[in-house]
Ligand binder design. Structure first.
Ligand code: ZN
Ligand code: ZN
Length: 226
């Protein structure tokens, strides 16, 4: 795209963190990226073995498992920021490679028939940004894992104000009813992708919509945990 070429001229490829080198992330900064700090349950936020949702937290509408790659700081944060705010699309590929390598290092593997689905952005944000960063990440992850990318499986059906200034409870209320399945998903397994997890309220609401549409297992996968 023309705009990408312009941005490439304005922001030539160099390390997002130290500015050196000719790649988006140099080797030395890649080594500084910190792991996300253990597995947690996306329902209650507390630690759990392998990221599996606690039995006591599980309902018909909760994901089976939640995985995040890295702590949202340092070079990991810089990478997400150049993707989101400077629209450097190829950062999504770097995120995906880091994430998939990290998961493989931990011995995590996915069902070969899982569909890879991104969390849809709100309309206004997609319109101002021009693309959905979670979608670019999901596409790259699907490619790396050789799984099917299915962007249309989940749709945004209600626009909601930004979650940024809201607390955990307010976020959950704000995002209610924002998603709906875009197709028949009966018996499918889904790998639901987001770039950064904060309280997880958006993800929980998205999972609810998928489960209502008959999805069997949902695993949530995020590049970083804030
Ligand atoms: Zn660097
Ligand atoms: Zn829990």
């Amino acid at each position: 795209m023309f705009i990408d070429r312009i941005l490439e001229i304005i922001y030539p490829t160099r390390c997002v963190s130290c500015g050196k080198d000719r790649s988006l992330l140099c080797e030395s900064c890649a080594g500084e990226i910190e792991p996300s700090g253990g597995y947690f349950c996306v329902v209650c936020g507390k630690a759990t073995l392998g990221g599996f949702t606690h039995k006591t937290c599980t309902t018909r509408y909760t994901p089976e498992r939640t995985l995040s790659g890295f702590a949202y700081k340092g070079p990991a944060r810089e990478l997400v920021k150049v993707l989101k705010y400077r629209r450097v699309r190829k950062a999504a590929d770097v995120l995906a490679v880091l994430l998939v390598k990290d998961l493989q290092g931990r011995g995590v593997s996915f069902g070969p028939k899982s569909l890879v689905v991104p969390i849809p952005l709100s309309f206004w944000r997609k319109n101002t940004r021009g693309f959905n960063q979670a979608s670019l990440l999901a596409k790259a992850v699907a490619g790396a894992l050789k799984l099917e990318f299915r962007e249309g499986a989940l749709k945004r059906v209600k626009d909601t104000p930004s979650q940024v200034s809201l607390n955990r409870k307010e976020r959950a209320r704000n995002i209610q009813g924002a998603f709906s399945a875009g197709e028949d998903l009966d018996g499918k397994d889904i790998l639901l992708i987001d770039d950064v997890l904060t309280t997880g309220s958006t993800v929980r609401e998205a999972v609810k919509a998928l489960k209502k549409a008959g999805v069997d297992q949902v695993w949530v996968l995020a590049f970083a945990k804030d």
